[in-house]
Write a protein that binds this ligand. Structure first.
Ligand code: HEM
Length: 520
């Protein structure tokens, strides 16, 4: 055989070998779509790595991540393109990651949110975050939170009134109502404006947020969209720019008005409480985030207008959909568990007295003291967040080598914390899909594996709004249950609820229930 034929045959054999190899991998991949993952090694494809695991729609992605967590209950390594990610499901490891200063940095997936949220707390690099978190923390202190209760109570009453149109009617979807209520609350407490999203029943701002979350998520699971020069030329890139621009115009306008008001107030010696501006009455006196930040920026120039806008936008993203999602599931669980709903109502009767009328004229006058006594309700909300954590998976990056069990995490390693997986693991929560608020009785929770419950993440970079969220959600729940009984035509079991996610947890199908006026 002449050398040319030998060379041609060799090349042909090599190409054939690569084709067979690739086909086998594809076959394995096809199996992964059909059956639970149980391969020791998850096949990775050229160029895209394991990005194929993150295709097939967001529901399939969540299910696959959940399955990965089950099959690899300590950790497993996948890669999107060239970027390896460790999915961590062991509470002991979650604790180490959340507590070490070596993983205070967010991983590269958060980079895709930076064109929108910039140096807001969620996406800021650790060096900026350290400084800004200290500046913002006082805006969430107990005095500030107390000053928000009246706003929460007023908005909860409006929410209940909005729901009233469905009284004694068929099942309806509550998610949109609570979403607009949460947006109104954040705008009132973070910006001091009365957005009236609930009243108008529709809000471009809300739609822009939902679309931006969707775009950022889509990009984060599509390695071919990582380079800016490609992404910016796609429809997603164009849409992202459009929605960011509309949010920024709104923010710039608010900042301009607030600055003018602050200057006028100081010139005239007017108190914030009774002040009006073109957006309506200020919501809660001097504790409003944007005003605190503007004051700081005037005093020591640490924060630019852009920083302030990023922080306010971040609060809207972090505080609207998470609260709406959790409230949606709280109400759904209550509609499906009449005994638990009745126990909350009895607790409210103990706190407010059974004889208070349920008329509109006699709304509950909820105070911080009342909220702190709603302990059973708090257990119900906590159990809801165990089964439906608003942010099911979050990410961090190692800025230095560190030990994780017997394994050394190298500097630059990206980790994903599988909050959803650990919350639903049989190993830490017996009968995990059973809705049982008493898991959070102090004596039972004391025996719980540490770091097996992380709805608000943990460590120093935890949720700054956790207490805000809890008092707001308690106020809504109390207002609604005081007036209405929630029911479902067919009781819904947790195992039957189809879930999906785009950073935040959502239902695939609309969650619906009925309401009727409560009769005593
Ligand atoms: C039920 C409601 C909520 C849930 C389940 C929730 C959950 C979380 C989680 C898991 C994180 C960590 C995110 C990460 O590491 O990537 C977080 C961070 C954050 N949350 Fe919340 N959150 C809720 C409500 C709120 C509210 C109401 C606000 C604001 C008013 C808020 C503001 C923030 C901010 C600013 C961060 C970033 C904190 C930092 O990095 O310093 N959250 N939240």
């Amino acid at each position: 055989m002449d050398p040319l034929t030998v060379a041609t045959l060799a090349v042909a054999c090599f190409v054939l070998y690569r084709i067979i190899n690739f086909t086998v991998k594809l076959f394995k991949v096809a199996l992964l779509f059909e059956y639970p993952l149980n391969a020791e090694e998850i096949p990775s494809l050229p160029f895209i790595g394991h990005a194929y695991l993150f295709t097939g729609g967001n529901e399939a992605i969540l299910n696959r991540i959940n399955q990965l967590g089950k099959n690899y209950p300590t950790w497993c390594r996948v890669s999107i393109g060239d970027n390896p990610l460790y999915l961590i499901t062991l509470p002991k490891h979650l604790k180490e990651i959340l507590l070490t200063p070596k993983t205070i940095e967010k991983n590269y997936l958060y980079e895709f949110g930076r064109p929108w949220l910039g140096d807001g707390l969620i996406t800021s690099p650790a060096s900026v975050w350290e400084v800004h978190r200290k500046l913002i923390q006082p805006s969430f202190n107990p005095v500030a939170l107390k000053s928000f209760v009246e706003t929460f109570a007023t908005l909860s009453v409006t929410l209940a009134k909005k729901m009233e149109q469905h009284l004694d009617g068929s099942e309806f979807e509550v998610r949109k109502y609570v979403s607009l209520c949460a947006l109104d609350a954040i705008c009132a407490t973070a910006m001091g404006i009365n957005l009236k999203a609930m009243e108008s029943g529709k809000c471009e701002f809300d739609e822009a947020v939902t679309k931006l979350i969707h775009i950022v998520f889509k990009r984060s699971i599509s390695p071919w969209l990582y380079p800016d020069f490609i992404f910016n030329r796609t429809q997603l890139g164009t849409d992202q720019r459009k929605h960011i621009r509309s949010m920024q115009e709104f923010g710039i306008n608010v900042i301009r008005q607030k600055k003018a008001t602050i200057v006028r107030r100081s010139d005239e010696g007017v108190s914030a409480d009774n002040e009006q501006d073109s957006f309506g009455k200020f919501a809660a006196g001097p504790q409003i985030l944007i005003e605190n930040l503007l004051r700081l920026s005037t005093d020591n120039k640490t924060l630019t207008d852009e920083n302030i806008q990023n922080h306010v936008d971040t609060m809207i993203v972090a505080g609207t959909d998470t609260v709406a999602s959790t409230m949606n599931y709280v109400l759904l669980m209550l509609a499906s568990h009449q005994d638990i709903q009745e126990k909350i109502y009895q607790e409210l009767c103990d706190i407010f007295g059974e004889n208070v009328s349920h008329d509109d004229s006699e709304e509950l006058q909820i105070t911080m003291d009342h909220l702190s006594r709603m302990t059973y309700m708090e257990r119900v909300i906590k159990e809801t967040m165990r089964l439906f954590p608003g942010a099911p998976i979050i990410g961090r990056e190692a800025t230095d080598d560190f030990e994780l069990g017997q394994f050394t995490m190298r500097k630059g390693t990206s980790v994903m914390l599988n909050i959803f997986g650990v919350h639903r693991s049989e190993k830490y929560w017996p009968d995990p899909l059973k809705f049982d608020p008493d898991r959070f009785l102090p004596e039972r929770f004391a025996t719980q594996e540490p770091y097996s419950y992380l709805p608000f993440s943990g460590g120093r970079r935890n949720c700054i709004g956790s207490k805000y969220a809890m008092i707001f959600m308690k106020t809504i729940t109390a207002t609604i249950l005081w007036k209405y009984v929630l029911t479902k035509d067919k009781v819904i079991l947790v195992k039957d609820l189809r879930l999906t996610f785009d950073f935040l947890l959502r239902s695939v199908d609309p969650d619906t229930f009925r309401i009727a006026r409560r009769v005593k």
